[in-house]
Design a protein. Sequence first.
Length: 497
Amino acid sequence: MIRTGTEYRESIRDGREVYVNGERVADVGSHPAFRPLVEMRARMHDMAHDPASRKVMTVTRNGETQALLNALPFTQADWWAKRRATDAVLDMAGGIVTRIGDETVGEMWSLHDCADALAELDPQFAPNIRRHVERVLTCDLFHVSGNAGPTPDGSDMALHVVRETDAGVVVRGAKYETAAAYANQAFIKPTLSGWGEAAQSDSAIGFICDMAAPGLKFLCRDSFARPASAEDFPLSSRCDEVDTLLIFDDVLVPWENVIFHRQARAAMQVRATLHRYSAFAFMQRSLRMADMLIGVALLAVRQRGFDRQQTVQEKLTRLALYRESIHAHLTAAIALAERSPAGLMMPNQSLLYAGRMHATGQLPAMMQHTRELCGAQIALMPETAAFQAPDTAPWLERCYADDDWTAEDRRRLMAFARDLLNSDYAGHRLTFQLFAEGPPYAQLATVYRNFDWEGPMTLVKDCAGLSDRAAGADRLVPGDSAVSKWFATETPRGPAH
Ligand SMILES: Cc1cc2nc3c(=O)[nH]c(=O)nc-3n(C[C@H](O)[C@H](O)[C@H](O)COP(=O)(O)OP(=O)(O)OC[C@H]3O[C@@H](n4cnc5c(N)ncnc54)[C@H](O)[C@@H]3O)c2cc1C
């Protein structure tokens, strides 16, 4: 099934307890903090029905039409189709949106891969896993992800089970979740924890949470969108995905929504493969960000007539290198895709995670190159109102217009650049990019776990004529990390058939 935008809007009109700045929100869909993103998500649904975009946004499997971004990936062609669909959404958005569901739903495909291993640990929840993977497809749900929380394990507000009942488990605690206030459901699970091997922790719980569940409270940060000054902040007015501190005030999770319970090992397994698919969508947004940086930088230097300076061209080239490296990692991740243990098609894991590290690690420097190329005008140009007021407009026209550029075009470009690079939204977006799929140290650890160390080691061992003993073949293995002992890291190598 594919829903319409209207059906999505109706689905979140359920009396949920949402607060912004301490004030209760009467209707999420019409509140200024959420309306732009609710409308964008609704347009995404409508794109799947619109004859102009239906083909890009849907796929038919077993006679059923599915939203293409929700569909399980079985072939490399599926990944190209997902890339096209994500681009169509980003084109529609006119900016970068991440938590509109197509990234977070990838966690369900990882769950599909883990299903057998989780069933071995605890068979009672196996049917739940399969049903929920299926349900996202058949109900076209807007799905988000809750992992990190504000308090350490063991504290009263770290998410944990407080009791079991015949109907399910009752949970208490808090999680961060971008976009939760206007989503349908979330996959809730722990962050990596220092549990001992035999741990049966009350925090080792994973479940699908209905966002309308009684006892849930959504404490949202205020939006960066300023509806009255959309001209001055063109990106944040459209694309601010409001983050939520989600409070579980003794929320009942029905047994049929539990994915694992009191199983530290299951939690480790799920966490270790969580971004196996969703890192692709995250990287694709990084590519869009890179294109925006290049576009802003190039137009800014062309407008000022600096684009023929060699040192300016060098900075532009650095941006191009950044962009093309992300593009290459994405493309190669499809070209050298790997078969997952459960038969799905995974983007090549080592290339994907290395690419993600490159995209996030270099982003601050790339934003700085772009800021330098924009120069002072990004910070000093007056607001739209001054370009329109009769007393000030003529002066601004004289300062900012030239033969090729109207003052209005120049103002628009710099308003866009400021919201991309300098506004409070821009700072937030950078932090999101750096942390939303885990902090940098955790992303590096993922690269470490997925890189095939054997190849380079054997190369030097053979070239240098070392003995097997010196290479320590029994000591260094792919996935040699603190958590690898909990799960099998090995996946079939080489291009998939
Ligand atoms: C804008 C934004 C949106 C987010 N959206 C979501 C969401 O939708 N769902 C969700 O679950 N989470 C979300 N997060 C949370 C994100 O997943 C966490 O910020 C991230 O996992 C890091 O956890 P933390 O901030 O609790 O780090 P903390 O545990 O508080 O650590 C703080 C910092 O200390 C350093 N540090 C800690 N331990 C180590 C170590 N062992 N080695 C090296 N350095 C270390 C790291 O630099 C780390 O970032 C979001 C975060 C941001 C900023």
